[in-house]
Ligand binder design. Structure first.
Ligand code: HEC
Ligand code: HEC
Ligand code: HEC
Ligand code: HEC
Ligand code: HEC
Length: 216
């Protein structure tokens, strides 16, 4: 009987079966990497803003306190965003005619708030509350990164559940004295282990990992 299949067929099929498994694995691997990568979490990505507002200038150089602009951060779930009037405290005079501030003056005239692009945005099924964290002695830069060195805002951490849980299991690694919460230059190394444990006691912090704590 003549050979229907050329002898090399076996090699080809072996190669293609191997290839299929290999590529399926590779595709899965890429999918997994993408799900974990900054592209998916938007970590480190600068978003276009209507005005190129710089925290580096306003916080780092001028030294304005976070609460001057994010005025509900100590009490509410949301930190709050500054109204146009907050900017006008200084910019009704300072750089009044600079084109970069044209939108501030337009907003003043027509009464429409400036529409900042959101940088941090948890899914609706996860609950977060700023006031509780501030009062527990967790500082802004622990979660938001080096704010005083950001010419434009980006998300410094993944905000994945595992990231939240790492701190919820070990708050002693991250807690600060309450009067350092807004300090953008505070270093965790500036306090020792004993002080950390004392702060955990003083702020009455527990390890919090129950699902219903964040999924309500
Ligand atoms: C002079 C006003 C001002 C001060 C002071 C200020 N911010 Fe902001 N902040 C803004 C404005 C305006 C935006 C929106 C534009 C942007 O995202 O850069 C913003 C955005 C942010 C965001 C991103 C919000 C989002 O969309 O997710 C974070 C986080 C933030 N600020 C943290 C801080 C922290 C921490 C401090 C203090 C160390 C601070 N800010 C001080 C005005 C201010
Ligand atoms: C307490 C005073 C003060 C407030 C409030 C303030 N600014 Fe400024 N702003 C300044 C000063 C001072 C500079 C110059 C900074 C520099 O060049 O170092 C500046 C610079 C700027 C610039 C020029 C680009 C840059 O960053 O140098 C923009 C744009 C700007 N501010 C937007 C805003 C907006 C929008 C708000 C409101 C959310 C605001 N500022 C609130 C004082 C203020
Ligand atoms: C424990 C971590 C954590 C700390 C501490 C923290 N933030 Fe946030 N911040 C977040 C998360 C998470 C979001 C996104 C919330 C959402 O999408 O519901 C956010 C969002 C924001 C926003 C956007 C508006 C809003 O409330 O959604 C601003 C502004 C902001 N933070 C400022 C601050 C300032 C100022 C401080 C310090 C006083 C601070 N944050 C401390 C985690 C933190
Ligand atoms: C760097 C530390 C840290 C990170 C990161 C952190 N948390 Fe917390 N969180 C705390 C501490 C400390 C408390 C207070 C615990 C206590 O009172 O025992 C708290 C309390 C809470 C509460 C309770 C609020 C209430 O109403 O009582 C919620 C909800 C919460 N965190 C959600 C989150 C979510 C969601 C994330 C991630 C996006 C997150 N946290 C990230 C430290 C952190
Ligand atoms: C400290 C807060 C916190 C606790 C406690 C917590 N989660 Fe989450 N969870 C989150 C956050 C934040 C996200 C991501 C939200 C986002 O991507 O915007 C998330 C996402 C999820 C998702 C979506 C898939 C994923 O991994 O992103 C599931 C499912 C989930 N959580 C289940 C649980 C279960 C089950 C528990 C209890 C064993 C739990 N969570 C406890 C904060 C928490």
């Amino acid at each position: 009987m003549p050979q229907i299949f050329h002898p090399s067929f076996n090699t080809i099929s072996r190669v293609s079966i191997f290839g299929f498994v290999f590529f399926a694995g590779l595709a899965g691997g890429i999918g997994w990497l993408l799900a974990r990568s900054p592209y998916q979490t938007e970590q480190g990505v600068v978003k276009p803003q209507p005005i190129p507002f710089s925290h580096e200038h306003h916080v780092g150089d001028i030294g304005i306190d976070c609460r001057f602009c994010h005025h509900t951060v100590e009490e509410n779930a949301s930190a709050g965003m500054p109204s146009t009037e907050v900017c006008l405290n200084c910019h009704s005079i300072l750089f009044r005619d600079s084109p970069i501030l044209a939108q501030v003056h337009e907003s003043e005239k027509n009464g429409d708030p400036i529409e900042w692009t959101r940088v941090h945005d948890l899914a609706d099924y996860a609950y977060f509350h700023h006031g509780v964290h501030v009062n527990a002695g967790i500082g802004c830069t622990t979660c938001h990164g080096e704010i005083a060195e950001m010419p434009l805002m980006y998300q410094a951490n993944t905000l994945h559940m595992q990231w939240c849980l790492e701190c919820h299991r070990n708050p002693e690694k991250y807690v600060r004295p309450k009067d350092e919460v807004f300090n953008p230059y505070w270093e965790p190394e500036s306090i020792d282990q004993l002080t950390r444990e004392e702060l955990v006691d003083a702020h009455d912090l527990q390890s919090r990992t129950q699902c219903s704590y964040c999924h309500r």
